[in-house]
Design a protein around this ligand. Structure first.
Ligand SMILES: [Ca+2]
Length: 298
């Protein structure tokens, strides 16, 4: 295990040195990273598809950090897969993570850790830009969607809000009970309250599944279900029973080009309360209703 460099300067030099080194080769397995939680400032790096233990070197570099922050570390994973948590800079949410190994020493960029939104409880919401509000809806709502083609979005993620009283679904405090992902208008993945999931309307009984070639995959373990999409490059993390959901956008091209209850991800919290017609909402009730999915209040 490499220890962290003792000074910030040394950390940066080591990180840059790691990024610059290079021997050709291919690992044959997958390395990916995602937020562990929005607030914890921790990144989970995972390796899958290996047939023997592997060790990779990581360079974790904070971007747009008032205090330059970068460090290297190392992780070893036993087969067939595993993950490890790494701390991030407390000063910025933007990071770039590179990895190398003996066979692939040319640094590979995992992702730029970007925007993270959060929904939990009854329900409390945190937009991608950090605006907090509560909304007691009882229908399905657009959480985030492609807003460049708002009438025909390339992707949309919706959440179903329902009362915690089963016999009175429209009374009492509510929480989010399922999430649906639409790709090009097609219902592609549904995450359910019991942490099972469906792909294109069909229940999946395995703990992991491929959504489709070059689209992404889903896996579920220990009460957490994760959807990793390649395009758009985002991650949905769902804990059904505590009704917790996190969506991380790891694609710079989506900055300011999404909309829904979780805002526009342009870095400005104050402009997140905007309705589909582009006008600002006065309160969370007006805002929430404006993003209601038509005919979802059965
Ligand atoms: Ca914003």
């Amino acid at each position: 295990m490499l220890s962290r460099a003792s000074t910030m300067y040394t950390r940066i030099v080591i990180a840059i040195a790691l990024l610059m080194c290079g021997i050709s080769g291919a690992s044959g397995y997958s390395v990916y990273a995602f937020w562990d939680t929005c607030e914890a400032k921790q990144l989970r790096v995972a390796i899958s598809g290996i047939s023997a233990p592997v060790t990779i070197d990581l360079a974790i570099v904070a971007v747009n950090d008032p205090i330059p922050n970068a460090y290297t570390d190392q992780m070893t994973v036993q087969n067939p897969s595993g993950s490890q948590l790494f701390p991030l800079s407390p000063n910025t949410i933007d990071h770039v993570i590179y990895w190398t190994d003996a066979n692939s020493p040319t640094p590979s960029k995992i992702l730029r850790v970007d925007k993270c939104a959060f929904i939990e409880g009854d329900p409390h919401l945190l937009t991608f830009d950090g605006y907090k509000f509560d909304y007691q809806g009882v229908c399905a709502y657009i959480l985030v969607q492609d807003c460049v083609q708002q009438s025909n979005p390339s992707f949309a993620i919706t959440g179903y809000f329902r009362s915690n009283k089963e016999k009175s679904p429209y009374k009492g405090r509510t929480r989010m009970v399922s999430i649906s992902l639409y790709i090009e208008g097609e219902l592609t993945v549904t995450l359910l309250e019991d942490n099972t999931f469906e792909i294109r309307g069909h229940r999946v009984f395995d703990t992991s599944a491929t959504i489709g070639h070059k689209i992404g995959n889903v896996y579920s373990a220990n009460g957490t279900t994760v959807v990793r999409l390649r395009k758009p490059f985002l991650t949905i993390t769902w804990n059904g029973k505590p009704h917790k959901n996190m969506i991380a956008i790891n694609d710079d091209s989506l900055r300011g080009k999404v909309c829904g209850l979780l805002g526009n991800a342009d870095g400005i919290p104050d402009n997140d309360f905007v309705k589909p017609n582009g006008t600002p909402a006065h309160d969370s009730e007006e805002f929430g209703k404006s993003w209601q999915v038509p005919y979802s209040c059965l």
